[in-house]
Structure formats: C-alpha cells, structure tokens
Design a protein around this ligand. Structure first.
Ligand code: 13P
Length: 254
C-alpha cells in the first residue's frame, strides 16, 4: 500500500514559544501510526533545528521545510538551500505551493530547479499543484493540473519520480473553508495518476502518494481520505491546533 501521509503546513504562523508548545502537544498525543502511515510537519525554517532534536525518537514523524533555494550555496542573501536543510536532517520540503507561485512569482522553471536540489540532497519534494476557480469553471482543471505535472516532473527518471510526493491543492479551497468534494478530489487524483502513468508506467504511478489540500479539518478528513487515490492531506489552518491535527492523523487509511 502507498504511504498515507498527514502533512502540516504551518505557513508563516506562530512565534517561537507557540511553535515549541504545539510541537510538544502533537508529540504528547502519542498517536499509534501503522508502518505505512507518516506525519510530516512543515514548519518555519527557524524552528526546524530544535524540532528535529525534539522529534528524534518519534518514529514516522518528520520535520519538513516549506521552501528551499534554487541554488546550492553562494551569494544569495536570505536564501536557505536544500543542502543546508539536509545537514539538519530534513527529509521533506514543500515545493511549488500556490502561495509561493503567486506571491513569489515561482514559475515551473524555478520549481524544476528546486525539485532537482531536493533530490540531489536525498530530500523528497512535496510538489503542489492545483487550479484557480476560473479554470474549474471552464472545466479545464484536468488539463491544467496535468500540464503542471508534465512541466515540473517529466524531466525526472523512473527512480527519481518515486521520491516525489504530490499534493493537489485547488486554490479555491485553500483557507476558504470550501473543500473539494471527495468525488472532485478523487477525480483529480486519478487524473494526476493517469498523467504519471503515461510517462512512468502504471506500476510506478501506483506507488506515488497523492495528498489532498484545501480546508481539510478533522470533521471532513475521513471522507476525503477514504477515496482510493487520496493518500492523505496537506493541512494548513487545522494543523495549528493539536486536537484538530490529531483528528486528521487518525483519519488516515490504515
Ligand atoms: P488550509 O488547510 O488552511 O485550507 O490550507 C491548505 C494549504 O494551503 C496547505 O498547504
């Protein structure tokens, strides 16, 4: 069975004390994970070092970053590289979140470089894709998302693609309280898997975890996660509350 993943994306939230408290609270929930389940906490860079030490002994929990630089090192003031994150023990990085595409003008060309930096450092990119409402209104969402996958991931080889996690996040569902229906999520996840299969074959496409993101809460997670091609979620707002997030972890398929 594919890995089932509850991934938190804290975005730019919480001060140092709040972040430390939330990490402690989630830790202390002691949720039993099966061997195919995992939790990924994507937190602000500055808290990663401490968090990794805190979670060292916690099996199947991983501390992740929300971004990395396109380059390896050098005179790039303010940037953080995948190799720096690797040196702290980071195993996952969110790449291509719609907020970065929109507010930081990240193009597919930029995302390809970030994905490559991750893979060079044995880090799994959590590659985000998803359409705006205007595109869904025109019923062009399948083609649009397939093209994001083609443009950013089709340069990879059979081995590399197995180290990618995909997060489908329809932009109209992010932070709006409006989720895709479980059928809409399943239809898109199938479309993504089919797109991957056309390039990498059914067997490889079948192994890739595809997460859903967009207003997932503890009270709607089970329904969405129960769909065949939905392998968990990428969670924003609800990941900032330990009880809410624990409910979402508990909704993962066993
Ligand atoms: P919300 O869960 O707050 O809608 O955010 C989703 C998201 O953007 C996760 O990356």
């Amino acid at each position: 069975m594919r890995k089932q993943i509850a991934a938190a994306n804290w975005k730019m939230n919480l001060n140092a004390e709040e972040a430390s408290n939330l990490l402690d609270e989630i830790y202390s929930k002691s949720i039993e994970l099966s061997s195919n389940q995992m939790v990924v906490l994507s937190i602000p860079y500055i808290y990663i070092g401490e968090a990794i030490k805190k979670y060292k002994a916690k099996n199947n929990y991983f501390i992740a970053a929300q971004n990395c630089a396109t380059t390896t090192n050098g005179a790039y003031t303010g940037e953080i590289s995948a190799s720096m994150l690797h040196s702290l023990g980071v195993k996952y990085i969110i790449i291509g979140h719609s907020e970065r595409r929109e507010f930081h003008f990240e193009t597919n060309q930029i995302l390809i470089q970030k994905i490559d930096r991750c893979l060079e450092n044995n880090i799994t990119p959590i590659f985000c894709c998803g359409e705006k409402i205007e595109i869904r209104d025109k019923r062009e969402q399948n083609e649009f998302v397939a093209n994001q996958i083609i443009d950013c991931l089709f340069h990879l080889n059979q081995e590399q693609i197995k180290h990618i996690v995909i997060a489908y996040e329809p932009i109209w569902a992010i932070g709006t309280g409006k989720t895709a229906s479980s059928q809409e999520a399943e239809d898109m996840h199938k479309n993504i898997r089919l797109t991957l299969a056309q390039k990498f074959g059914d067997n490889v496409a079948d192994q890739i975890s595809i997460l859903y993101g967009g207003s997932v809460k503890s009270n709607n997670a089970s329904e969405i996660f129960s769909e065949n091609d939905v392998d968990g979620g990428l969670i924003g707002g609800a990941s900032l509350n330990a009880n809410e997030f624990s409910g979402i972890i508990n909704a993962l398929k066993k």
